[in-house]
Design a protein around this ligand. Structure first.
Ligand code: PLP
Length: 423
């Protein structure tokens, strides 16, 4: 019996013993193709020699230095690199150890930004029903993943939620894409006004929805509209790019493709690409300037922020992406993947939609294709798909949930950027 509290308390997963490129091997000698990058994490695949070498070098130099005493060259260099690629106005970075911490940090930074301006009454975030922002209490509160939230609901802050931008299920037959988009923006505006704009801190959304939706890109103009509303009502736009960011969609930040600069961006998974646990919050310079000229510090901190080995791994990942021109490769391979999924599943009676951006793709499963009726709610369905795929030496990431009373199930496919069509 295992002493670890595994994700399933009824079943111990296979023991991973080695991993190289797109493959992971278990202790029974089975080899799996990592077609989901874990959960959209391993963007460079496994065992990349340049990343391993950078980590070794950093361990030899300085494995750890607490950030209340020191900064490190490698953390500074990583922050410079991220800022150089970030949307307009983003000039500050706060490092953390993962995605939930990144969102938690973004929420607190946003709140302190208003507190420092004497706007203590701002206590509310608005988010979308179809969203996952992490498992810690703040991140869980803004997320819309009902089954994860349910047991902890009494501990969570109140968060008004609006409809997701989920064209496949949300757009009415008689609506154009523009009308659908405008209806969503009207609903957001309504939520801001009903909450009281003077009480709202920010609006949180994943630019391309990951775990709760399955690689759902926004409709054209949706995030431009969101940005406009946030500006109009003086609230912050917090983009959660924990899953869709760091090159996964073919641009460093998914939101670049929507031509919008958020106030805060949370990143994680692809930042360290699985080599080290690292996340970050990227902030508009003006947000941090207010704190600099106000209290002089951000009232937040963790022991492992800016961990030098994690920063070294993440910096090496970014350098490899740049050197090997992998963003262009993601865009190209993404088109091939979309085509191949279409050829394989386009006419499948239980596949309702194939969607995504870059190498962030999903197929939505339906019980009945013409009506789009989903399968009856059952988490067993996802476990079964995962198990069947693993029996066939394949890792994919099935998820699902209920949004606005409508169920949706999908299988996420997010292969490493280095995967070739011939692998
Ligand atoms: N935000 C998004 C969009 C995510 O997909 C996830 C994880 O899947 C998180 C936040 C939480 O990240 P972590 O699991 O690293 O805490």
């Amino acid at each position: 019996m295992s002493h670890i509290i595994h994700r399933s308390l009824r079943q111990v997963p296979p023991v991973a013993v080695s991993a190289k490129g797109i493959f992971i091997r278990d202790s029974e000698g089975n080899t799996y193709i990592d077609a989901s990058g874990g959960a959209a994490v391993s963007s460079l695949g496994h065992g990349h020699p340049d990343v391993l070498a950078a980590m070794h070098r950093q361990i030899d130099h300085c494995a750890y230095a607490h950030t209340s005493f020191f900064t490190t060259e490698v953390a500074e260099a990583l922050a410079d690199k991220l800022v150089s690629k970030a949307p307009q106005g983003i000039s500050q970075v706060y490092f953390v150890s993962g995605g939930s911490e990144a969102m938690e940090t973004a929420l607190k930074l946003a709140r302190q930004y208003f507190v420092e301006a004497g706007e203590e009454q701002r206590t509310m975030f608005i988010s979308r029903r179809q969203s996952y922002h992490g498992n810690t209490l703040g991140a869980l509160a803004v997320g819309g993943n009902e089954w994860r939230r349910k047991p902890f609901a009494p501990l969570l802050m109140e968060v008004p939620r609006v409809s997701p931008c989920y064209e496949y299920r949300g757009r009415g037959e008689d609506q154009t894409v523009e009308e659908y988009t405008q209806a969503l923006l009207d609903e957001l505006e309504d939520a801001i006004v009903r909450t009281g704009p003077e009480k709202v801190i920010g609006f949180c959304a994943e630019p391309v929805v990951g775990a709760t939706g399955g690689a759902i890109p926004p409709t054209p103009g949706y995030f431009r509209g969101v940005r406009k509303l946030c500006d109009q009502y003086g609230i912050l736009f917090i983009a959660d790019e924990v899953m869709c960011g760091m090159g996964r969609t073919g641009t460093m930040f998914a939101i670049e493709q929507d031509e919008v600069a958020p106030d805060l961006i949370a990143v994680a998974k692809g930042l360290g690409a699985g080599y080290q646990p690292i996340g970050a919050v990227l902030a508009q310079g003006a947000i941090v300037e207010r704190l600099r000229h106000g209290s002089g510090s951000f009232l937040h901190g963790h022991t492992y922020i800016g961990h030098p080995v994690a920063c070294a791994a993440a910096l090496a990942v970014q350098q490899v992406i740049e050197r090997d021109n992998l963003l262009a490769q993601v865009a190209r391979r993404g088109s091939s993947l979309r085509r191949m999924l279409g050829e394989a599943f386009g006419n499948h009676p239980h596949v309702g939609d194939i969607r995504g951006r870059g190498l962030f793709m999903a197929i939505e499963l339906v019980h009945d294709r013409p009506t789009r009726n989903p399968f009856p709610a059952s988490r067993k369905l996802h476990a079964k798909i995962k198990a069947e795929a693993m029996m066939r030496s394949l890792m994919v990431y099935p998820m699902g949930g209920t949004i606005d009373g409508q169920r949706g199930d999908h299988v996420l496919i997010a292969p490493p950027f280095i995967a070739s069509t011939g692998d």
